[in-house]
Design a protein. Structure first.
Length: 152
């Protein structure tokens, strides 16, 4: 795995971890599901570019199979709709996390990369090893307005 690939995978994993921790910050459930899947597609394109070129729907097809296994006989609907039908909306993150785990195992078997570098939560573990680095303060002061001129 190149340094660029490693950096991309770590960034993607960090974003996936953030969605899992606080899904409501990322929008309604359907938006969360779609963003999560798109990040997994980017991860796959990073680690398996040839497969993604040949089959750009590889991740979505795997997700459809995952849904068929977990919701036998259900129509092809988004996970959020399937969960809503059975009043299981709170299980969204658990299902997404399980799909991620399954897909990463598959990607690890297909890629020549070091599995320790691409496992879920790897960025969190690395940050804990290094300690938190202070972030720069980004404050924006409002522009100063000129005082009003009398008589205008």
């Amino acid at each position: 795995m190149t340094t660029l690939q490693g950096n991309l995978v770590r960034y993607i994993d960090e974003q996936l971890d953030a969605i899992e921790r606080r899904p409501r910050m990322w929008g309604p459930d359907l938006c969360v599901e779609l963003q999560y899947l798109q990040l997994l597609e980017f991860r796959s394109a990073t680690l398996r570019p040839e497969l993604e070129r040949q089959d750009p729907r590889a991740v979505l097809d795997e997700f459809a199979r995952f849904l068929a296994l977990n919701f036998p006989g259900a129509p092809p609907l988004p996970l959020t709709a399937l969960l809503a039908e059975s009043h299981r909306e709170r299980e969204l993150v658990a299902f997404l996390r399980e799909f991620r785990r399954m897909l990463i195992i598959q990607m690890g078997a297909e890629s020549a990369g070091d599995a320790a570098q691409v496992r879920p939560g790897a960025i969190v573990a690395r940050r804990q090893e290094l300690g938190e680095l202070p972030l720069p303060r980004l404050t924006r002061k409002p522009p100063r307005l000129a005082p009003p001129v009398a008589g205008r």
